[in-house]
Design a protein around this ligand. Structure first.
Ligand SMILES: [Zn+2]
Length: 262
């Protein structure tokens, strides 16, 4: 296969330049029980600079109290408005419609957040969560996302049925490249995206996903600070796909999703 500018850069020490790179899946501060490169936002941005990441989408899903965690992210957005995009963590155990709407409005309207993060850690991923279709504790959050055209980073929750109910919201399957069959099963739903922040991604997965769901539906993400973003950047850079596809995956797709938020 012919080489391209990304492949030429693999193995060099230089940060990836002349390409918009947005890391769609990052955290900050404490991450209990996990090794982290540097949990503080300054350390995280230093790592980003070293590899060439322009912007990071940050959520604080590790915090049991959603307001406290979202406050921490808001602080990072305030300090680094050009680098950090806030994703509002919604913990449905903390309340229903009023609680979720109030927190979403606070984060989007007061802090300027552009996305949402939801997580279900009690069930195995991604087989679980059919019960969300029947008695959905996150309905107020999906409705908000639909109204605002916002992206929702979904760890173990979204199903095809939920995505069909809210066509104006954009659902991102967190760690989706670890479960390519699940993402491919969503191929007909244009509002479902696959996040690459998987601990394991078998060689050829990115090429398969580009073929089956299209490069415009794949988003680069690292799970910083729990993982090395450079390693996952390399997975895109070295992939057997076109330079244009790499540009979409590395940043342009996420920028499009962020630009869609009202
Ligand atoms: Zn994560």
């Amino acid at each position: 296969m012919a080489t391209d500018r990304f492949i030429d850069m693999c193995g060099t020490d230089a940060p990836l330049a002349d390409c918009l790179v947005i890391d769609g899946h990052c955290h900050v501060d404490l991450w209990i029980g996990m090794y982290a490169i540097d949990r503080h936002i300054e350390g995280i941005l230093e790592v980003c600079d070293a590899v060439g990441i322009d912007k990071i989408c940050v959520n604080y899903a590790a915090c049991p109290q959603m307001r406290l965690g979202n406050d921490r992210v808001a602080d990072c957005v305030r300090r680094y408005p050009d680098r950090v995009v806030g994703f509002c963590y919604i913990n449905y155990f903390e309340g229903g419609e009023e609680v979720q709407q109030a927190e979403l409005k606070r984060c989007f309207d007061e802090f300027g957040f552009k996305g949402i993060k939801v997580i279900n850690v009690n069930e195995s991923y991604p087989l679980a969560c059919r019960y969300f279709e029947l008695d959905d504790p996150l309905q107020p959050t999906w409705e908000f996302a639909q109204q605002r055209g916002a992206p929702i980073l979904c760890h173990g929750i979204v199903t095809g049925e939920i995505a069909r109910r809210y066509p104006g919201a954009n659902f991102i399957v967190a760690h989706g490249s670890a479960v390519p069959d699940f993402c491919i099963s969503m191929a007909k739903l244009p509002n479902v995206y696959c996040d690459m922040s998987a601990t394991t991604m078998i060689a050829g997965t990115l090429e398969l996903l580009c073929d089956k769901i299209g490069p415009q539906r794949i988003l680069y993400g690292s799970d910083l600070p729990a993982s090395d973003p450079g390693q996952r950047l390399g997975m895109v850079m070295a992939a057997h796909i076109s330079e244009t596809d790499k540009e979409l995956i590395l940043g342009r797709n996420m920028q499009r999703l962020l630009d869609n938020v009202r």
